[in-house]
Design a protein around this ligand. Structure first.
Ligand code: GLU
Length: 477
């Protein structure tokens, strides 16, 4: 059996941020490469010079790195390979498989409109295919700079088997001669992609299904060069909840936004592949290693998948709790610092230990933990109303009495729990009736983790100070 080394590429155009759809394409390529012990290549398709920026390129790479989708080769940049494309365009010219086209943009536009009026699908009408020497000279004299067009063979059809979508058939009569080199010497996408995929030894092209319509053009170029085309796997679209193509309208679509919102790469890397791929046993939670092991192209789905932020958030919560504490601490550190927490590793790790249990994102966790470092009266009205209960002064006083002797002591959460129970019996009310107002007095919030953890984290001295302050506040009301 002959064995071909798998080589795949992720080929983003650096014209914007990395979209969840792009990240999913990158993931499928990455997973397949790892699964097959192949090579994952990063290629920057920056031939759209007006829209491509270095910042976008950098941002895309940063997002890939954040996800841990490290490329084995690259990044290659198409603008650094212009002479390669040129050489191949000239080769096609020389062999009569391409021709110089002098049509201006407005002429092409006119042609388009005419065809539309006649009810024909617009395509290039072949006007420059057979220019005479004189006509060519006249155009050159006029100072027109030619583009190079590929001569699409007159009739017949072109077919291919897509790994995901099966058999495709295109009639050549529907494909007009297409530009491979613009007049400024920059190749078009369809041309550069073929040259690159060939010379980079790409075996499988896994990409968005919006490129299906480009595939016949690319196959014609493979044929013209006598090269063997790669296999194609066109992955289905991602939809928003209203079943239209996922876009900004539906909420965050940039990977960097999810990162800023406190999502963690493990969750993204688990959730995104499930939009269009499923495991044979419908399992949902996969570590990267497990996903690589389970992944196969034949389980990619033909039908579009609906992006479900609730599901992603749920999964994120799962990883918040199941990843090593150390890791969540590392991920959350920038969020803590941004919110004004000070850098105290041991203490922050305890905060993570307590708060990750009840929260789904890093941002939410840090937000929930804010009362540890911020305390100011008055509280919001729905919180203050708790302090209006007639037993509240009595409860706060009992707290002060029981805890005062421990003001300067290091006390563990279990000891604090014992002391809280003592407060409860001193007041003589049900546990909840006592602990709820205490929680409110100490945190300014109606809910949160166990009170003994909170007191341990802020320290008894600070808890006493807060309770004292609230007591004076309600007495003064
Ligand atoms: N640059 C193209 C895009 O971002 C890549 C298409 C391809 O993978 O062939 O859509």
């Amino acid at each position: 059996m002959s064995f071909v080394d798998v080589r795949v590429r992720f080929a983003p155009s650096p014209t914007g941020f990395l979209h969840v759809g792009g990240a999913r394409t990158a993931l499928y390529n990455y997973l397949f490469a790892k699964k097959m012990k192949g090579t994952f290549i990063l290629r920057i398709e920056d031939t759209d010079r007006e829209r491509s920026t270095l910042e976008a390129e950098k941002a895309i790479m940063e997002d890939l790195e954040w996800l841990g989708l490290l490329w084995d080769e690259g990044p290659y940049r198409q603008t650094e390979r212009l002479s390669l494309y040129k050489e191949h365009a000239l080769d096609l010219l020389k062999r009569g498989l391409a021709y110089k086209c002098y049509c201006t943009e407005s002429e092409i536009e006119e042609m388009r409109e005419e065809m539309l009026l006649k009810g024909i699908a617009p395509r290039y009408n072949g006007r420059c295919r057979d220019l005479s020497e004189e006509e060519r000279e006249r155009f050159e004299k006029e100072g027109r700079k030619p583009a190079i067009r590929f001569k699409v063979p007159g009739d017949g059809e072109i077919t291919f088997e897509d790994i995901v979508r099966g058999h495709f058939k295109f009639s050549l009569a529907d494909i007009g001669d297409f530009v491979i080199m613009r007049s400024d010497g920059i190749p078009t996408y369809n041309f550069a992609v073929v040259i690159d995929d060939h010379y980079m030894g790409i075996t499988h092209v896994i990409r968005a299904d919006e490129h299906i319509a480009n595939t016949p053009k690319q196959l014609l170029l493979y044929e013209a060069f006598g090269w063997k085309p790669p296999q194609f796997a066109h992955v289905s679209m991602i939809l928003g909840p209203d079943r239209s193509k996922l876009s900004k309208r539906h909420g965050a679509v940039a990977i960097s936004q999810y990162r800023r919102d406190g999502y963690i790469p493990e969750a993204m890397n688990n959730y995104l592949p499930l939009l269009g791929w499923s495991s044979p046993d419908d399992r949902e939670i996969f570590s990267m290693e497990e996903m690589i092991e389970a992944f196969s192209l034949d389980r990619l789905s033909k039908s579009p998948a609906v992006f479900d932020i609730g599901k992603l958030t749920w999964m994120n919560g799962h990883y918040m709790r199941s990843l090593p504490l150390e890791k969540i601490y590392e991920y959350s550190l920038p969020f803590f610092l941004e919110k004004g927490f000070s850098m105290n590793e041991e203490w922050l790790k305890k905060v993570v230990f307590v708060y990750r249990e009840h929260t789904s994102t890093l941002r939410e966790m840090v937000e929930e933990a804010l009362p540890l470092i911020r305390f100011s009266l008055p509280f919001s009205s729905d919180v203050e109303e708790v302090l209006e209960g007639e037993d509240v002064p009595k409860i706060l006083e009992a707290f002060l009495e029981v805890f005062y002797p421990f003001k300067y002591k290091e006390v563990s959460s279990s000891e604090i729990w014992e002391l809280l129970k003592e407060v409860v019996s001193k007041v003589g009310l049900k546990r909840g009736k006592v602990l709820f107002p205490l929680r409110v007095a100490i945190t300014g919030r109606r809910s949160g983790p166990e009170l003994y953890y909170i007191i341990e984290l802020i320290g008894i001295k600070e808890a006493l100070r807060r309770v004292q302050e609230v007591l004076s506040y309600i007495k003064g009301k």
